[in-house]
Design a binder for this molecule. Structure first.
Ligand SMILES: [Zn+2]
Length: 193
């Protein structure tokens, strides 16, 4: 793909402003294309990161810990690849370690790096789970995401307050009913909903 310049991105924003029906030359919009182009760099930082790098630095397990590790309510800011509108919500990420654990901040960095791209929620959910599964090689992984899609709440069917819930369960979190139940219970506890 060609590396686009800031000037090209600004020109594209001016076209979209005209397409929306406004005049990109009017005073209030003069700086807008530059700001939008800069905001895009920040919103889409996922393309500049390899989320799997965050998981490479693992800690050997201490004390024979053999229970689920669940990080709940990780903020998700992502963008649907069909409309380029945000979908916002929370991810709950858990795994049952084998012999390696990872710093918890790394789990939220992985979610963030996969989110800050054009995505579909189902794929985002699977990518997070598969990265953890591939690198930590745990006994099981569970990822659940609940998010509100602005392409649905602002346009189209206009269903404010509706959340899309997706999950990807692997290993014992998928196959062992007790472990699955424990993950789902821990994942649901967070928000009172
Ligand atoms: Zn959409």
């Amino acid at each position: 793909m060609p590396k686009r310049t800031q000037a090209e991105a600004e020109a594209a924003v001016r076209v979209l402003i005209e397409w929306a029906g406004d005049d990109p030359a009017r005073e209030g919009l003069a700086e807008t294309p530059a700001r939008v182009a800069k905001a895009y760099r920040e919103l889409f930082t996922g393309y500049e990161q390899d989320p799997r790098d965050y998981l490479e630095k693992t800690f050997e397990q201490v004390g024979g810990y053999d229970n689920l590790v669940v990080l709940r309510d990780i903020r998700v800011v992502s963008f649907c690849e069909h409309h380029m509108l945000p979908f916002l919500g929370r991810a709950h990420v858990g795994y049952l370690p084998n012999d390696r654990v990872v710093g918890i901040s790394k789990l939220s960095r992985v979610v963030n790096a996969f989110s800050r791209r054009l995505q579909i929620q189902e794929k985002l959910t699977a990518e997070i789970a598969e990265a953890i599964n591939d690198i930590l090689k745990p006994q099981g992984v569970g990822v659940m995401i609940e998010a509100e899609h602005q392409c649905m709440t602002m346009r189209g069917v206009k269903e404010p307050g509706s959340n899309l819930v997706t999950s990807r369960l692997m290993g014992v979190i998928r196959d062992d009913p007790r472990t699955r139940e424990e993950f789902l219970k821990l994942a649901r506890q967070g928000n009172g909903s």
